[in-house]
Design a protein. Sequence first.
Lengths: 258, 226
Amino acid sequence: MSDAIYVPAGPVELETRDLSVHYGEVPAVQGVSIKIPDRRVVAFIGPSGCGKSTLLRCFNRMNDLIPGARVLGEAIFQGSNLYGPGVDPVDVRRRIGMVFQKPNPFPKSIYDNVAFGPRINGYRGSMDELVERSLRRAALWDEVKDRMDASALALSGGQQQRLCIARALAVEPEVLLMDEPASALDPIATQKIEDLIYQLKQDYTVVIVTHNMQQAARVSDFTAFLYMGDLVEYGPTQGLFTNPKEDRTEAYITGRFG
Amino acid sequence: MTHRHFQDELDTLKARLVAMAGLAESAVRTAVASLLERDAGKARRVVEGDRAIDALEMEIEDRSINLLALQQPMARDLRMIAMAMKISSDLERVGDHAVNIAEAVNWLIESPLFPITPEIEEMTRLVTWMLKDALDAFVRADSKLAREILTRDDRVDELHENSFRILLTHMMEDPRKISAGMDFLLVSGNLERIADLTTNISENTIYMLEGRVVKHHAESADAAGA
């Protein structure tokens, strides 16, 4: 394998083997093999349409929901194939949570947003404690603890996004996938999300898709550069941004593309 | 998405660095000539010319910081800007050493004739050659040449040690030669420092071009570890 594709030395949380995704006839991801280390932050970067979001969605089978999408190859979570027979996508999505570009809170109270998932899963512990713990982990608790019954829609965009992160954490996942989690936020809210990502990696494996290269450089331990469905380069973030191995990576990150 | 403005700014930064390098190189040449020719006028030109080198250092620093702040450069652009800052401060020191030599020449002209040792002549030849090649390597993006320069520093160090011994012997034999001997020692020490700074410039040029750290023998340590 090319030395432009990093292979983690420690435990691997997520992995793809020769994974391809087609939307109808069009391949969006072609033969990608990548290993995501446990409790690290990995960023996927690349121009629009390079397949980074498609690759991210394979990890919790969100592509299943897109008509005409076909997934070939393997996506492996803790050693077992996510697309194997008998795997329940709903269970996959509980263990591998996702946060989207636009904050999408339910039109319910702050409390109910966080409690929603655990209730469906029949959570038996103290719901108040779980809600508080999730909000604390999402660095939102102090801002909302006195108005838990207020509508989630009354929160600012940045707070709504952290609420969505709290909601994802409430079902106690092992991995958090983030698709452009800060692209709709102002710089201060963005910084809060980035700080939060830094803290989350103590307990979770985080995979983030971002258009913002500086953001990838700031928050991630490892960066993968995708181009036209190919994984071009994957390695420690610091090395990739100061001295990339592949010419296409160099061209992209220095803004000399096409 | 090639941002032309950024590319223009990078080209300007590089051009200013080349201009500064030209001034530093000519300061060393003129300082050395003033020594060999006992020419006070040349020595004065070196001292006066240092202001332009200092001004360029500040300008390059300012341009580099602005580019870092406003453009968030990556990869080879980032390395180029970071190294432009380091190389410009090395060049500024080269200019200062040229001034030190020129100032020593002013004293030497007034003291009784003291033969210039072949070691110092050889050092001046080597050092100006290294400096010129280091700047060529930077301008032509020639990392092979930059690596070659690194091998020349040992010879300069050796010559400096020899001049130290020879000058010491002269001074012990005849105390009237102490003043001139000390001045020559200063010249030799400044030439040796210029060779060191030239080595730094070459190391930074290699990092800029290849992204590889070669200073402090990092590369041979890497090879041994691998």
